[in-house]
Design a protein around this ligand. Structure first.
Ligand code: F0G
Length: 410
């Protein structure tokens, strides 16, 4: 196992605590010795062991099993959604429901690995900047590990459920008068200067190794087949890369064959990567004041932008942006047609898919997986805001009965 810079290809010892390339500043990636691991993989057990991140232990970059910090993350449902598929106009649609993770988002997959690495590195504390979910997840795993936790959040812009989680799990929560991009710049500096605080934002390549298990589980749940396309919301742009990487590793070890077209969705008010993909640029232009109802992906300067661009181009995928109205409509479709409650960022995948099908950019004959990254109750205020209020009625039988006339409608 080694760190490898995606820009200059320099390699580094994985026992060193690194975030970016010490030579050129580029993003680092963890490269496993896949030929060796392919021999070690117990393929029979892969067919029988229960689903979850640690089912794929052989492909996880951990040195010391006794340090593993787990809340039993992963093993989330892959729902086949026929009613939604018909509505959107595709043959076969599945939703990977990451809201079923211990803290309600996919971040737990990254934190089980990331916080385990924090213990391996022997640090005293962990830290992150966050639009909400990362902080909730990190706080929970830090609690489980007995580590101190510091989180920086953009003031007034974090969904209530996420904020409640970070506080209750015992993190030191600082509300920054600024946006996520500014908070991240500050916490990166703090962690660069303090040797005993480990940064667990998605610039940390070990965290993404946990998140690649989304790809492993999708293939596993589809009977060891790769879907034609995987649709992912993009914020700081790490998850789309992690999922791409997971499929690459399964392909390289012959567990599956082929790659899905990685398709990234951003909100209209925060779409630097969609812009770069559409214009064929190698580098993206940051958005100074990102804005969207999907606060999880309200990010203008995604640190992992170069990885997302690479994953989308290399897999023959695409990218699209969606308006807040389209996100809300998709959130309601998921809930009302399939019983799947998601937060707005997750709904952007279905909104984006719908738009791409309407444009004719996606063939309706594909087998598609949308990754629903976080649970609906992460952001209860948004749900109430976009929904009809309950009707208040007197506690009188006749009054209630009158209002339920639809029961007798033909
Ligand atoms: N969906 C949800 C629910 C998220 O919380 C995030 C990111 C994303 C999608 C985008 O993933 O950043 O890997 O492209 N949330 C981060 C946070 C930024 O701080 O919780 P990404």
């Amino acid at each position: 196992m080694r760190y490898e810079c995606i820009k200059c290809n320099s390699k580094f010892d994985p026992h060193e605590k690194l975030y970016t390339c010490p030579r050129c500043g580029g993003l680092l990636e963890i490269e496993l010795n896949l030929d060796e691991l392919a021999e070690k993989l117990d393929r029979k057990r892969l067919k029988t062991d229960p689903l979850g991140v640690w089912k794929y232990r052989t492909l996880m970059p951990i040195f010391d099993d006794s340090k593993i910090v787990t809340l039993h993350e992963g093993g989330t449902p892959l729902y086949r959604c026929d009613r939604l598929a018909e509505e959107v106009g595709v043959r076969e649609l599945h939703v990977k429901y990451e809201g079923a993770n211990p803290t309600g988002s996919f971040k737990d997959r990254g934190m089980t690995v990331g916080v385990t690495k924090a213990l391996e590195f022997g640090v005293k504390a962990v830290a992150c900047a966050s639009t909400g979910n990362t902080s909730a997840s990190l706080a929970a795993y830090a609690a489980k590990a007995g580590l101190r936790c510091v989180v920086l959040l953009p003031s007034g812009k974090v969904a209530l459920g996420k904020l409640a989680q970070a506080i209750m799990y015992g993190a030191r929560v600082l509300s920054i008068r600024g946006n996520f991009d500014q908070a991240l710049a500050i916490i990166r500096r703090v962690c660069d200067e303090a040797d005993d605080i480990y940064l667990l934002n998605s610039v940390n390549p070990f965290r993404l190794q946990g998140q690649k298990s989304i790809a492993f589980e999708i293939a596993d749940q589809l009977g060891w087949e790769v879907p034609d396309r995987v649709v992912v919301p993009m914020g700081n742009c790490a998850n789309i890369w992690a999922i791409y990487k997971g499929f690459l590793e399964f392909d390289a070890t012959d567990i599956t064959g082929g790659m899905p077209m990685m398709t990234g969705i951003q909100a209209e008010g925060a779409m630097p990567i969609v812009d770069a993909i559409k214009r064929g640029l190698d580098e993206f232009l940051p958005v100074e004041n990102p804005e969207t109802i999907a606060t999880a992906i309200r990010i203008g300067k995604p640190v992992n932008g170069p990885k997302a661009i690479r994953a989308i181009r290399a897999s023959g995928g695409t990218a699209e942006c969606v308006s807040d109205e389209e996100i809300i409509a998709a959130q309601k479709l998921l809930a009302k047609l399939e019983g799947i409650g998601v937060e707005p960022a997750s709904a952007s995948t279905v909104a984006g898919l719908r738009k791409l099908v309407e444009q004719g950019a996606i063939d309706g004959d594909e087998r598609i997986v949308c990754v629903a990254t976080g649970a609906m109750l992460k952001d209860p205020e948004e749900v109430i805001e976009v929904s009809e209020r309950p009707l208040e009625v007197p506690a009188i039988y006749e009054e209630v009965k009158k209002l339920l006339r639809w029961q007798h409608a033909p």
